[in-house]
Design a protein around this ligand. Structure first.
Ligand code: AMP
Ligand code: MG
Length: 385
């Protein structure tokens, strides 16, 4: 799947946007340091700038330097300059002694400890050298990356355009969320979960009308969906008599890369290419739709959006209960990870239709296909929700 998406990705179009609006977007250029960082030897403490060889001992305070100033003189043997966090280290000094380790009386400072040269300040350029790359194209921008853009003076930044992702729900029983329901009808929750997941992966979700389980309706809406960068269908891909999505796509000349995965929930997942566009047929059960998007669709949207990598956020935690599963499938079971991240507890759930259980969960517990039993206390993989 990753190989096919990377091959189809090409080079997405780019746009310039304000850096402050770029959270979640993918960088399309390399960002370099406009000067050394820090641009001057910067004190990391409030205290006294000294020559390390002079301490412990009594020193003469020859002045003060605060953040936003520079000390014009220089520190000679036996001298010290009172210094604040963020201020430039005066010439001649090679260490900062913390104010907590001094006694300051008049113009004399008594230092009780010894210091190593270089202590308590950051030398010029040790965080980044002028002209060096601090961010490369393909990087997803979060708060720290955006802080870095501000730091190097970039108010605007070039990012990849978001891929437009068509979301196509299917099913005769499906009605829009705002509508009154007959007892046998089901509200369209998949379009909303998929829209949120697509947006979180950096895509621009476009929700289409609900395709009915007949050939004409499904074909017309699939054709509309294939005018986008990626098409996500939900439902209509299992073995039922009215699951016609694959037949319609087949008639349109689609190439299927796979139409089943050994994953639960989510076995009937379909992935292919039709009319030059990639599509996923996600199984319609809400938990299956959400899980297969997280495990497969999300990476596809991230890569189509120019991201260099799309790793699954997998961790490990200790199981709080014995667990038994039939082998053969990799399972993604709704679970609760404790607040400190150390333990994981399976969340009660009634199977692939149980949206309530997924909403309560904060993670999925991931079981390997070649095992049947896990004992309480064992480490197990966890996919964060
Ligand atoms: P299907 O894959 O079409 O056989 O659907 C499997 C199950 O998922 C059925 O119970 C459907 O009612 C339900 N389902 C399908 N599409 C949606 C949707 N858009 N929103 C909520 N549930 C759905
Ligand atoms: Mg259906």
């Amino acid at each position: 799947m990753l190989r096919e998406v990377s091959a189809a990705q090409g080079s997405p179009a780019t746009e310039q946007i304000p850096a402050l609006e770029a959270a979640g977007r993918v960088l399309a250029e390399e960002i370099t340091a406009d000067r050394d960082y820090p641009p001057f030897p910067r004190s990391a403490r409030d205290g006294f700038a000294v020559r390390a060889a002079d301490v412990p001992g009594e020193l003469t305070v020859i002045g003060e330097v605060r953040a936003g100033e520079v000390f014009r003189g220089s520190v000679s043997p036996g001298g010290a300059v009172e210094i604040m966090t963020g201020a430039p280290l005066p010439d001649g000094a090679d260490a900062v002694v913390m104010v907590e380790h001094t006694e300051h009386i008049g113009n004399v400072v008594r230092v009780s400890r010894s210091l190593k040269s270089g202590e308590n300040f950051n030398g010029r350029g040790i965080e980044a050298k002028q002209g060096s790359a601090v961010l490369s194209a393909g990087r997803r921008l979060g708060f720290a990356e955006i802080a870095l853009l501000a730091m190097v003076g970039r108010e605007c930044v070039t990012v990849y355009r978001r891929p437009r992702v068509a979301i196509l729900p299917t099913g005769d029983e499906i009605v829009e969320a705002g509508h009154a329901t007959e007892p046998f009808q089901i509200r369209n929750s998949n379009a909303w979960s998929m829209a949120v997941q697509v947006a979180r992966a950096g895509g621009d979700p476009q929700i289409l009308s609900i395709a009915r389980d007949n050939y004409e309706s499904t074909r017309g809406l699939i054709e509309q969906g294939l005018t986008h960068d990626l098409l996500l269908l939900s439902g209509g891909v299992s073995a039922g008599k009215y699951d016609i999505v694959e037949r319609v796509l087949g008639d349109m000349g689609a190439q299927f890369f796979f139409d089943r995965v050994l994953v639960q929930p989510g076995q009937p997942l379909v992935f292919g290419n039709a009319k030059g566009k990639l599509f996923f047929g996600l199984p319609g059960n809400p938990a299956s739709t959400m899980v297969t998007f997280e495990v497969f669709g999300r990476a596809a949207v991230e890569l189509l959006g120019g991201a260099a990598e799309a790793p699954l956020p997998l961790l490990q935690a200790r199981l709080t209960k014995d667990l038994r599963q039939k082998p053969g499938l990799t399972r993604f079971l709704p679970a609760q990870v404790s607040a400190d991240g150390s333990t994981v507890t399976p969340e009660p759930w009634q199977g692939s239709g149980d949206v309530n259980s997924l909403a309560r969960a904060n993670a999925f517990l991931v079981t390997e296909p070649d095992r049947e039993n896990w004992a309480s206390g064992e480490m197990i993989r966890v996919l964060l929700k």
